[in-house]
Design a protein around this ligand. Structure first.
Ligand SMILES: Nc1nc2c(c(=O)[nH]1)N[C@H]1C(S)=C(S)[C@@H](COP(=O)(O)OP(=O)(O)OC[C@H]3O[C@@H](n4cnc5c(=O)[nH]c(N)nc54)[C@H](O)[C@@H]3O)O[C@H]1N2
Ligand SMILES: Nc1nc2c(c(=O)[nH]1)N[C@H]1C(S)=C(S)[C@@H](COP(=O)(O)OP(=O)(O)OC[C@H]3O[C@@H](n4cnc5c(=O)[nH]c(N)nc54)[C@H](O)[C@@H]3O)O[C@H]1N2
Ligand SMILES: [Mo]
Length: 793
């Protein structure tokens, strides 16, 4: 994933500026001020007597009020730190009893013992029997200690590899479609710059894109550099429209017109608009002819001349989406008559048939005809990692090479539980087939399967059938508690590293210096893997380390970039950062402009070199739920299903958390800013709350056939009726572990979500396709998640 997220990087000239820090340098000579950086931004840590006493932002942080970094102190010294290597009791005694995972006590062991247990187990297994679920990368943005990279390198260099994950949780559906349509994934590509938007855009559509919340953190180092632009957006006179079941904070700030759309029905809305643009002859015929392929194959479907005989009129779309027919037409009129930018989100494709959403948005944009014009067209990453910021063009330090994985089977992200439970089963995937391997071991470094994966009860059932589960973690997360062998990792503040940010601007390189010595018996993932490689063989050790020290690696990464041309490593390491200022040209970047200028010389990397409204490749897959052009398909659970909504009347969304990185920070003081009754809030419309007899601040149970969670009610007018939202990432905390499907005290939403795939093509996750019911309950006060008791500690 880290590679695809960077693939837009094309090196060009860059200027580097060394600017002075605006940080308040500590006056007290007993205090050392040390630069560090994380997904939450770059900062200085003040250290006194070996203890962190204060965190303050670096100059690159354009919104130092964001509380995330401050929480590092809390997190580093948290009671939830894993202090020693631990092994589940039965596993240590050789009885295993996998069904006791998550129910049994842990026993403290020595590092040697813990690592020997793992290495002995690895020697009995084939690489195809090990699932390395260290996917994602949110574990750590450092270029050396990136959790996924070190784990991958260990498996590949020491034992030939392991089974990975195919497709991601972020863009699982889009990731299997967009490149065929546009010749580019689009979701991780450089976006039209803010300057261009401010100068040219008249109508800005936040198609579910939460520009503020989602941009607070970065896949690399956050700079919150979009925030000053939003101050300008506010005063720009741009008309903002938000198409979202929720009225977000940024929509409110921009005074956006709110189109309340039923979740998972965007494709119908887009089809209704397309139909209207076609029949009112307002669509851009010239653009369609010159830049796209297959409109004539899509048209019969739009006009009801294919098997389904349904004309996709605005009236038809109104019934499905809940958006008035007149409004659908008025929106289409507005889009086509003004310079309009469509900012697509990612959560609408994290739903059943999510493949269709991105595809149809691109078709609609093509019909509007502004793709490649300044401030027009579409972008799928304006809400992510500082999308819209100008790219510096600098060649930055790269990452730790992972070596070759000889195992050629990866499990589609939505299918992990099913794969564990059904070894040898054959399924459709990417137009072909795949067969599930016979998994025996689950290995996790820097991710939390039992946090991010849908349908937690199904997952736990699957995990309790495996032979061995290993987790490296700094904290006692719910995933760590479900393991057999738990290794205490250092937090990033306990080791040296290097990284850059933001993901798109790529204008700062940061020294992530060790702030304090590792606490308790915590060790770096890198060193743990190096030691285990040595226990496997001297050759494995040499391959893993490349016969280099960590210091040599960090300096090596720096030296192989543009950085030394501007600052010596020593100066950089001392100062903490190096800045490359993006050029004036970079600030004028317009996505797809080259293609628009000359679609022959700059043809897209697609079947025809044009935008594929129709793809023969996809049509040839001959699948029921994925065709040669975008189509509307009813989701498995939605508000338009009269039967299912009788029992479960509310659509559950699980958006990304405002105050966390997924599950990270749920063990910090930031909880106080948003928890209700110390549990995850469930946002519910005020009329719905009345209907269900719920008041703001009540403890409620949200439940369906898959599971049940306790939440604190947050009654609001900023969510439409029929929809509730529980942010993903609360730490799972079962009431009674011996129940078959224990209720969660903390509000971990994935107990409710479904693991059905988006389609038989992408097999991506569908977490936003979820119905549930709600009721007020009496419940004991909740104290929050605790570390388990460990024998011998
Ligand atoms: N319902 C629902 N579920 C979702 C989503 C949704 O929208 N709704 N979104 C999905 C998406 S897009 C994503 S990207 C995933 C995110 O899923 P994850 O990436 O699994 O989420 P995090 O909670 O950030 O997990 C990172 C873990 O790494 C640990 N960690 C941090 N530093 C280190 C270190 O140095 N070493 C080690 N060993 N561990 C470390 C943290 O403590 C944390 O437990 O969630 C997915 N799940
Ligand atoms: N603060 C913070 N920022 C983050 C993250 C985080 O954990 N914390 N995670 C990062 C990661 S890994 C990712 S993948 C991205 C995720 O980016 P997204 O997936 O785009 O983010 P979400 O918060 O899930 O959803 C954004 C908005 O989409 C709306 N929405 C949900 N369903 C629908 C629908 O069917 N139609 C429409 N039109 N709107 C819908 C929601 O109400 C919400 O307001 O965010 C990144 N940014
Ligand atoms: Mo993500």
């Amino acid at each position: 994933m880290s590679i695809s997220r960077r693939n837009f990087l094309k090196s060009s000239a860059a200027t580097a500026l060394a600017i002075s820090s605006n940080s308040v340098l500590a006056k007290d000579e007993n205090i050392k001020t040390i630069p560090h950086a994380s997904n939450l931004g770059a900062f200085y840590a003040d250290v006194q007597d070996g203890k962190i006493v204060k965190i303050h932002s670096q100059v690159s942080d354009k919104d130092p009020k964001f509380p995330g970094n401050e929480a590092w102190i809390d997190r580093v010294y948290s009671d939830t730190r894993i202090k020693y290597p631990c092994v589940r009791k039965s596993y240590l005694e050789g009885k295993n009893s996998p069904e006791l995972r998550g129910k049994e006590e842990f026993v403290r062991v020595s590092w040697d013992k813990a690592m020997q247990l793992i290495v002995d187990k690895l020697k009995t297994l084939k690489p195809e029997e090990i699932h390395n679920a260290s996917y994602s990368g949110w574990g750590h943005p450092g270029l050396l200690h990136n959790c996924g990279a070190v784990a991958g390198r260990f498996f590949n260099t020491s034992i030939g590899g392991a089974v990975g994950t195919d497709g991601e949780y972020s863009n699982g559906a889009a990731g299997k479609v967009n490149a065929t349509i546009m010749g580019d994934l689009e979701v991780y590509s450089l976006q039209t710059s803010h300057e261009v938007i401010l100068e040219n855009t008249k109508v800005y559509v936040m198609w579910g894109a939460d520009l503020l919340k989602c941009n607070q953190i970065d896949y690399k180092i956050a700079n919150r550099g979009n925030n000053p632009y939003y101050d300008k957006y506010e005063k720009s006179g741009i008309k903002f429209i938000t198409i979202d079941p929720q009225y977000t904070e940024i929509a409110n700030r921009f005074g956006a017109e709110w189109i309340k759309i039923r979740p998972n029905t965007d494709v119908a809305l887009m089809l209704g608009m397309a139909h209207y643009l076609y029949t009112s002859k307002q669509y851009d015929k010239d653009f369609i002819e010159k830049y796209t392929f297959g409109f004539n194959k899509f048209l019969p479907y739009l006009l009801g001349k294919t098997e389904d005989k349904v004309e996709k009129t605005p009236a038809w779309a109104a019934k499905i989406t809940g958006v008035d027919e007149k409004i659908i037409k008025a929106l289409a009129d507005t889009f086509v008559k003004n310079r309009t930018f469509l900012a697509g989100n990612w959560s609408m494709q994290r739903a059943h048939h999510g493949e269709q959403a991105d595809w149809m948005l691109m078709v609609l944009a093509a019909m509007i005809g502004q793709v490649g014009l300044p401030g027009g067209g579409f972008g799928f990453s304006m809400h992510y990692s500082g999308g819209g910021q100008a790219f510096s063009g600098a060649m930055l330090p790269g990452g730790l090479p992972q070596g070759k994985n000889k195992v050629d089977v990866s499990i589609p992200a939505s299918r992990i539980s099913e794969a564990i439970l059904n070894p040898g089963k054959k399924i459709n995937f990417k137009g072909g087939h795949m067969t599930y391997p016979d998994l025996k071991m689950l290995y996790i470094t820097g991710a939390t399967l039992l946090g991010h994966h849908p349908n937690t009860n199904e997952l736990i059932k699957a995990i309790r059938t495996l032979d061995t589960v290993v987790v490296h973690e700094p904290w006692w997360t719910p995933m760590a508690k479900m393991a057999d062998i738990v290794l205490p990792s250092t937090t990033p503040l306990e080791r040296d590293d290097i990284s850059y940010g933001g993901s798109y601007s790529q204008d700062y390189v940061y020294a992530m210096k060790k702030v304090i010595e590792p606490l308790w018996e915590a060790r770096n993932d890198y060193d743990i893997f190096a030691d285990m490689a040595k226990m496997i063989s001297d050759k494995a050790y040499r391959k893993f380390t490349g016969s280099k020290t960590k210091e040599e690696r960090i300096k090596g990464l720096y030296d192989k970039s543009d950085c030394p041309n501007y600052m010596s490593f020593e100066e950089f390491w001392d100062k903490g950062y190096l800045y490359f200022e993006p050029s004036e040209d970079a600030k004028k970047f317009v996505r797809h402009a080259e293609f628009r200028k000359d679609p022959v010389a700059n043809k897209l990397a697609t079947e025809t070199g044009k935008i594929q409204i129709f793809s023969q490749k996809f049509a040839d897959f001959k699948l029921e739920d994925f065709k040669g052009h975008p189509i509307w398909l009813e989701p498995a659970e939605w508000l338009g299903d009269e039967e299912k909504t009788k029992k479960y009347p509310l659509h559950v969304l699980s958006p990304h958390p405002k105050y966390r990185i997924h599950s990270q920070l749920d063990n910090s003081f930031i909880r106080k800013a948003y928890k209700v009754t110390n549990r995850e809030p469930v946002v519910i419309n005020d009329e719905d709350a009345k209907k269900f007899g719920i008041k703001d601040g009540d403890v409620v149970e949200v439940y369906n056939d898959r599971g049940a969670i306790l939440c604190g009610a947050a009654v609001s007018k900023n969510i439409m009726q029929g929809v509730i939202a529980v942010e993903e990432g609360a730490w799972y905390d079962p009431e009674n572990v011996n129940d078959e499907k224990p209720r969660c005290k903390a509000g971990h939403v994935n107990l409710l979500t479904t693991s059905i795939p988006t389609s038989t093509m992408a097999q991506a996750t569908s977490v936003n396709t979820c119905l549930a019911a709600i009721r007020k309950v009496d419940a004991k006060a909740y104290e929050g998640v605790k570390a388990p008791k460990v024998k011998g500690a």
